[in-house]
Each structure stands twice: as C-alpha cells, then as structure tokens.
Design a protein around this ligand. Structure first.
Ligand code: NAD
Length: 360
C-alpha cells in the first residue's frame, strides 16, 4: 500500500515537570506578556490554584465553572474578562474549567495557559463546546487552542482514584478511537499507540498507589498524546456515541467514555484488523480485547451506564439519536441491531468478551 496522507499539527508549547507548575506559570505569563491575568479554577480546584498563584499579580480569580459550559456561564465569564481588560487566561482544572477558558477565547481571542488536573485532554485540542437548552454544540477553532500547557503530575494526586481511572480511560478512548476516526493517519496513530502504552502503564500504578508520582506522570503524558491524536484524527464512532449519550441524558463525561470504550473496540474489531494489531502491540498482547478487559478488571473500572443514571428505557431513543452521527469512515457498518447490542451491554455492564460474536 502506498504511504500517502495529509496531517496537520497544532502549535503549542508544552512544559512538563512535576512540582514545577508554579515556576513555569510565572515564566509563561511573563513570556506571553500578560499584564491582566484571569485565573479560572472550579471550587474543588481552588486549593491547587491558590498554591500555583502565590506571589503572582492576578487581576481576576474566577470560580463559576459548571460542567459542559452552559451558554449563560460562558457569557458571564466573557463579560467579566472584558470588564477587567483581561489579556491572558490561566485555567487550572479539568476539562470543564479548560472548556470555560476556551469559551472566552473563542469570542475574545485571549491566549490561554492551561494547567490540567485531570486526564481529559481538552488542553491539547482546538475543540470547544458550549451547552444551550440542554444541547451541547461543539466546534473547531484555533483561537481556543491553549498557547501553553503546563503539566505537573503532582497536581493530579488530589484527583480521587475512581475519577483518575475514569478520566485516564477517557484518554485511552481518545487513543483507540483515533485508530479509525475520519482523519486517522500514520502520525496520529503513532501518537495514539504511545498514549495507549503510557496510560496502560500509568493507571494500574495509580490504582496500586494513588500518591505514586511515576504513575501519575505516565498517565498525564499518555493523556496529552491521546488528546493530540484525537485533535488530529477527529471524532470516531466512540466519541459520537459518548457525545450523544452525555448530552441527551446528562451522563458524567469520563465514566461514560470508560464504559463505552471496550464495547466500541469489540464492535469494530472484526473489521479493523490492522488497528487491532496496533492496539494489541501497545497493550503488549496479541489479544487486544482480552488485554483491555484485564486492564479494566485490574482497575475496577466503570462498567455499566445504569450506575451513572442511564435508563434501559432510553436505549431505543438513543439508537435513533446516534445512528445519524456514525462516521462514514467507521470500519464496520453499524446497524440498529448492533447499536442496540452495544447499548444494552453498556447499560447492564455485561462483559464484552462474548459480545458481537456474530458479524452482522
Ligand atoms: P471535570 O473538569 O468536570 O472535573 C471533574 C471533577 O473533578 C470536578 O468536580 C473538578 O472540580 C474535580 N477535579 C478536577 N481536577 C481535580 C484534582 N486534581 N483534584 C481534585 N478534584 C479535581 O471533568 P473532566 O473529565 O476533566 O472534563 C470533562 C469535560 O471536558 C466535559 O465537558 C468534556 O466534554 C470536556 N472535554 C473537552 C475536550 C475537548 O477537546 N474540547 C476533551 C475532553 C473533555
């Protein structure tokens, strides 16, 4: 097969170092020339923000962060940024916090320095999302891509283990979905494969010892690679399913991704042998489905959407909502029957080992 592709890389400065975020932040604000600094951190992230900004001249501390960036919250934050003449935004927190910073940057073009404290990866993408009347709209705009990312694994130690696992599997989903997403190419596949390896090493170490900095560093490094791969490859089947379910039924982001991932992988597996071989190599196994299931058992990972508020009676409606969004490039044709099978197992938590045995 000839090697031929078009790949776009997004330009960002990435500073990675445990225990170095405060120092790196001061230097980056200076380098960017920020004089009016807005710090965004949600309530749970405030203790981290306080430590990182000691001694800095902060114009506005902002904590009104709500998951999925409701439009009215975005507009309020935009207004405050304008009123204070803000010229650099520092976001300290998970994907919800980064998402609010992006919503401001989208209309005001203010540069963002992102300091992530989960493994969601929003800091490394040019994708924004805003929710209006219970519908989340997403878009792509380089204005929202953080200018600088400061990674400091020590900041993720306070993230509870269960959320760390779910968030890390959100990163793993970015990697695995990149293998068959609409703009998949050899470069984002290489990044995704290394991301799978790093996350598969880091998450068990976090589970075994949540204060383990080596595990946290591997997970954060993997989460970054995952997000870069995802931003480049685009949303595959997995992300389309999670986006629809999260938006329509208000399900928690990371946990929904964690539950759906092994099912999408098992569903696509018969039609994507090269991708599965690559995923297997990254997981160190010739049986990628078995290896991912073993990892889930080891991590005691989220398995069933019924544990997170999804109801069995919503399955039929969900099929109708999801099917129009299935990417044309997905390696397997997705029928309503296959989607029902996937959602039933995701709802109940049934093992994926024996799923999709019949190739319909
Ligand atoms: P989140 O940002 O909502 O954080 C989950 C909870 O953990 C929050 O209560 C938060 O305050 C708390 N928290 C975060 N870091 C902590 C820490 N270190 N210690 C203690 N508590 C901490 O969840 P998330 O999974 O990081 O992000 C999900 C959101 O990000 C969704 O809205 C999703 O759509 C978006 N997202 C966007 C992209 C993108 O490319 N645009 C990519 C991934 C996720």
């Amino acid at each position: 097969m000839p090697l031929e592709f078009t790949h776009e890389s997004l330009g960002q400065r990435v500073l990675f170092g445990s225990g170095q975020a405060a120092e790196n932040l001061a230097q980056e604000i200076h380098r960017i020339g920020g004089r009016k600094v807005m710090v965004i951190a949600a309530e749970f992230e405030q203790p981290l923000a306080e430590i990182l900004t000691v001694g800095l001249d902060i114009t506005l501390n902002y904590s009104d962060v709500v998951a999925h960036v409701p439009l009215e919250k975005a507009e309020k934050a935009r207004q405050e940024a304008q009123d204070y003449g803000i010229d650099v935004i520092v976001s300290i927190g998970g994907g919800s916090t980064t998402g609010l910073a992006k919503a401001i940057a989208l209309t005001a073009g203010i540069p963002i320095i992102a300091i992530p404290t989960t493994y969601a990866g929003s800091e490394a993408t040019n994708v924004w999302g805003i929710t209006e009347a219970a519908r989340k709209t997403t878009g792509v705009d380089n204005a929202v891509l953080p200018r600088t990312i400061i990674y400091d694994a020590a900041l993720t130690i306070s993230l509870p283990v269960e959320l760390s696992i779910a968030s890390g599997l959100n990163g793993m989903a970015h990697c695995i979905d990149s293998m068959w997403a609409p703009r998949t190419d050899p470069i984002n596949q290489a990044l995704a494969a290394e991301g799978i390896r790093a996350l598969a090493a880091g998450l068990p170490a976090i589970k075994a010892n949540p204060d383990n900095l080596d595990g946290r560093e591997q997970a954060l490094y993997g989460a970054y690679l995952a997000a870069v791969a995802f931003a480049s490859a685009g949303s595959g089947l997995h992300h389309k399913i999670c986006h629809v379910l999260g938006g329509a039924y208000n399900l928690p982001h990371a946990q929904t991704h964690a539950v759906i991932l092994p099912r999408v992988m098992a569903l696509n597996a018969p039609s994507a042998p090269a991708a599965m071989q690559r995923i297997g190599q990254a997981l160190g196994s010739t049986d990628p489905i078995g290896a991912l299931n073993s990892l889930y058992e080891q991590l005691d990972a989220p398995r069933a959407l019924k544990d997170f508020g999804y109801e069995e009676k919503s399955i039929e409606e969900s099929i109708g909502l999801i099917l129009p969004f299935v990417p044309a490039s997905n390696p397997r044709q997705i029928s309503a029957d296959l989607m029902r099978e996937l959602l039933e197992s995701a709802w109940s938590g049934k093992s994926t080992a024996e799923s999709y045995a019949s190739s319909r």
